[in-house]
Design a protein around this ligand. Structure first.
Ligand code: TYD
Length: 214
């Protein structure tokens, strides 16, 4: 739990898992219950971060895995100190679309970077030691997620450099999220993202409920 009265809730999962829609629905639900809420996302939700996001995701450049990791961490450090910590200190609930677990899943597992202990220390440094109070992991089989990404791009929505990665990369990311959940099921709630939107939202609300958070 963080020092201020606020709460940090992170939304995680593979590309195409529907977590961003669920984030908006959850924000509305928490506001109805009287909480002050902000929604934010990574990478790119600060002025510095939007430049970093462009470097990372537009596809003009292909950073080496180590460089990719440091760019995500640079975005994280700016986001934590400019947006997340001040909001938590004001008692606000921060709903964040992706955070630390994405770095563990995409960079450490997906890019097969070695040295998990070193990464844990770097994450702590970049995040000023804050940690999510609750993480919702939207679990969707990779084949279904890729199907959703392809149909979105056929409808004109732009895909990112990471959306375009091979299926084997997305499988590594998915397995990593499953392992993170297995290792800490109290913080990370698994949400079955293959259900209809309303049922997925019911699972999200239940995850807050069973932890006594609402
Ligand atoms: P984005 O377009 O914001 O959409 P979504 O979150 O809905 O997938 O994509 C962000 C991408 O950045 C996504 O492919 C995951 C990736 N990512 C990392 O690889 N590492 C990280 O630490 C973060 C925060 C994101």
């Amino acid at each position: 739990m963080n020092n201020g009265a606020g709460r940090l809730i992170t939304f995680e999962g593979g590309d195409g898992s529907g977590k961003s829609t669920q984030l908006r629905m959850t924000a509305a639900w928490l506001q109805e219950r009287g909480h002050e809420v902000i929604v934010t996302h990574e990478p790119g939700d600060t002025p510095v971060g939007s430049e970093i996001r462009r470097l990372l995701l537009e596809g003009e450049y292909t950073p080496v895995p180590e460089c990719e990791l440091f760019l995500f961490l640079a975005d994280r450090a700016q986001h934590v100190s400019e947006v997340i910590m001040p909001a938590l200190d004001r008692g606000v609930w921060v709903l964040c679309d992706r955070f630390s677990d994405s770095t563990m899943a995409y960079q450490l597992a997906g890019r097969k970077l070695a040295d998990p202990d070193g990464l844990a220390a770097m994450l702590k440094f970049a995040e000023s030691g804050i940690a999510p109070d609750l993480t919702l992991w939207f679990d969707l089989p990779v084949s279904e997620a890729l199907h959703r990404i392809r149909s979105r791009s056929s409808m004109g929505e732009e895909s990112t450099r990471l959306d375009e990665e091979a299926q084997s990369f997305h499988e590594l990311v998915h397995a990593a999220f499953a392992e993170l959940h297995r290792a800490d099921a109290e913080r990370i709630a698994r949400i079955d993202a293959s259900e209809a939107i309303e049922q997925v939202q019911e699972q999200v609300q239940a995850a807050f409920d069973v932890r006594g958070m609402v």
